[in-house]
Design a protein around this ligand. Structure first.
Ligand SMILES: Cc1cc2nc3c(=O)[nH]c(=O)nc-3n(C[C@H](O)[C@H](O)[C@H](O)COP(=O)(O)OP(=O)(O)OC[C@H]3O[C@@H](n4cnc5c(N)ncnc54)[C@H](O)[C@@H]3O)c2cc1C
Length: 592
């Protein structure tokens, strides 16, 4: 059976040594003293390893079952969900006006990483509810907020997002679900949505579906899409639950992973819905949920890699195979442990340096969301908007890659279900697909985000890297190990941006054929920047006389590995991008 231990010390390092949260003038951050965050993270860690992780395999093997229109979640899920609710974990970063605890989003993300690493399928029930909560919070009327939010903060009612239809996934303009105005402010929603996560289940009293649909007579395509609140049970004026609405589950999907989360076909038959936000501006409202979900999915990617890595390390230390080529390390045993072999170490270092960099990157993004939401920092918002597809696309591609790399450490035993490594890989795989498949994230980055607001945000990003390098240079070892590689990678990224500017106008294929490479380059530069920050923070801590020298020296060594072995990937990506679209587009469709 695999295990999970929350890496609280690593999390604390990012929050306090790197981001220095309490020194920031963001309202609410003054509460994030190291003792306080450590207490929260330790407590969440206990639930993660003692309650959620043991249920991970149960969820995988039992899956969800649809019986008489009701979806039964795996054994133990409901009790664990109740425990999360009672502990207030679902309300951590929600608005106190609706029963939340008002903690910064950053803290919610750190706790969410633990729950997700321990049991991704389980945590999706709460994660989707949080996304729906945020959309209603941002776009709802006062009455809608009062009606739905308190119950969603407590997770007595859970939430869903309904975009996908059988013939329309990425291209939502093709949507067919209709909304007919009833003259009393409500609408009748009719249509079918597929692949709806947590669409039906037995863990909450009500389910609040956020459904995209087209109001009859509205504009064609994506411009005619509106967003509706469609409750499973109607809500009476006094807040009690009333009649069953016409929102029902048709079937649930058999799938590769996340078996503990129900993936539903949802049928809306004249279901009563209420407009959320403005008519025909549904995508704007849904994007509040989708942007949050994209960061949550990026987190899912690296969280699966983290738990897989933790188990791979244990195995690499236990499993005896072969001898260290430089001399026996376990002379009394029949063989040395796997961890002596350079190739096993390469694999583990790839995983470790990715996961820790990804954590810093995600917390850095969450920190900027707080800066925007709590301190009205528009520049931070611009950077978050730019890097959201990178968090989603890069961290999930790499998260899956490293979940399978951890499986590789087990050899054949990694492929056998008994060890649990296959589940991490299977669960991680969906992260590359949902919330906008990764190819579409790359398209968003290159096609939209780079040029957004006249390219202001990408320029601000480059400026940020440049000034970090300028402000922190001067020590030979640090410059050589951290700043020089970061400088080179950032130069590659700028050269790719320049290539798109010079060639993308003439032929958009030149930009789009390189978009995936660009997303990965961008991800590497972001992780390079994070490692430069972490390396500096660790060196400062050592210079300041920190007692745990092993912890900080390990950080520096891991950072040096990333800079030396991972960051140079930007050169390969640049070379591919600069080869343009000709080789990509050379074949006729018939010749594939
Ligand atoms: C387990 C699971 C849970 C899900 N949960 C939800 C949910 O809760 N709510 C919800 O609404 N949906 C959900 N989805 C749906 C998911 O978001 C979609 O499957 C995904 O967005 C892709 O849509 P599609 O499957 O129709 O693929 P398509 O849109 O047909 O795309 C197929 C492939 O083509 C690529 N592609 C498409 N258009 C372009 C383009 N213009 N340029 C380049 N490449 C392109 C895509 O990247 C993809 O690789 C879920 C799916 C699964 C499997």
């Amino acid at each position: 059976m695999p295990s999970y231990t929350a890496p609280v010390k690593d999390m604390q390092f990012v929050l306090h040594d790197v981001l220095k949260v309490t020194e920031q003038s963001v309202p609410g951050y003054d509460e994030l003293e190291a003792d306080f965050t450590s207490a929260i993270l330790e407590e969440a860690g206990k639930i993660s390893s003692e309650v959620l992780q043991p249920l991970n395999v149960v969820g995988d093997t039992e899956g969800c079952v649809l019986e008489n229109g009701v979806v039964r979640t795996p054994t133990g899920f409901k009790a664990a969900f109740d425990q999360m609710k009672e502990g207030g974990w679902t309300a951590l970063d929600c608005d106190p006006e609706y029963g939340g605890q008002g903690m910064p989003y950053l803290l919610g993300v750190a706790v969410g990483e633990q729950f997700t690493a321990a049991n991704m399928a389980f945590n999706m029930y709460q994660g989707l509810t949080h996304g729906a909560y945020s959309a209603i919070h941002a776009h709802g009327t006062d009455e809608q907020k009062a009606t739905y939010l308190p119950n969603m903060v407590s997770c007595d009612w859970t939430g869903t997002m309904n975009l996908t239809e059988p013939h329309c996934g990425t291209d939502l303009g093709l949507m067919r679900t209709k909304a007919a105005p009833q003259g009393d402010g409500s609408y009748k929603i009719t249509g079918q949505k597929i692949f709806i996560s947590a669409g039906e289940h037995d863990m909450s009293d009500n389910i609040i579906h956020l459904v995209l649909a087209k109001i009859e007579g509205g504009p064609e395509g994506i411009k005619g899409v509106s967003l509706f609140i469609v409750p499973k049970f109607m809500v009476n004026e006094d807040g009690s639950l009333g009649a069953r609405n016409g929102a029902t589950v048709g079937s649930i999907e058999e799938k590769m992973g996340i078996h503990g989360n129900s993936t539903c076909v949802m049928n809306y038959d004249d279901a009563t819905g209420y407009l959320l936000g403005t008519e025909h501006k549904g995508m704007r409202a849904m994007f509040t949920m989708m942007n949050e979900a994209r960061i949550g999915v990026g987190l899912q990617g690296y969280a699966q890699a983290e738990v897989a890595y933790q188990n791979a390390v244990v195995y690499a230390n236990d499993r005896l195979q072969g001898r260290d080529v430089t001399g026996d390390k376990n002379p009394d045993g029949p063989a040395d442990p796997l961890i002596v072999h350079p190739d096993i170490r390469r694999n583990l270092m790839d995983q470790k340096s990715f996961v820790e960099g990804a954590r810093a990157f995600t917390y850095w993004g969450a920190n900027m969301i707080d800066q925007h939401v709590r301190a009205d920092d528009d520049a931070a918002h611009g950077i978050v908007s730019l890097i959201t597809p990178v968090i989603k696309g890069f961290l999930t591609d790499k998260g899956f890659e490293y979940a399978t790399a951890a499986q590789q450490v087990y050899g054949g035993h990694g492929y056998i279900e008994e060890w649990g490594m296959s589940q991490f890989a299977r669960d991680a795989r969906i992260t590359q697909i949902y919330e906008g498949a990764n190819g579409v994230q790359a398209l968003d980055l290159v096609g939209r985000k780079l040029a957004q607001d006249g390219g202001k945000h990408v320029m601000a990003f480059f400026e940020m890297v440049k000034s970090f390098i300028k402000e922190n240079g001067g020590s030979e070892d640090y410059d050589k190990a951290f700043l020089d590689p970061l400088k080179a990678a950032s130069k590659d990224l700028q050269a790719a941006g320049m290539y798109f500017m010079q060639n993308g106008m003439k032929n958009p294929n030149h930009a789009l054929a390189g978009s995936y490479d660009f997303m990965h380059m961008f991800g590497h530069v972001c992780l390079g920047l994070m490692w430069a920050k972490m390396g500096k923070a660790a060196m400062d801590a050592l210079e300041g006389g920190a007692s745990d020298t092993n912890f900080y020296e390990t950080k520096i060594a891991t950072g040096k590995y990333y800079m030396a072995r991972q960051l140079p990937a930007t050169a390969m990506h640049l070379s591919r991008i600069e080869s343009g679209a000709d080789t990509v587009m050379a074949l006729d469709a018939a010749n594939f």
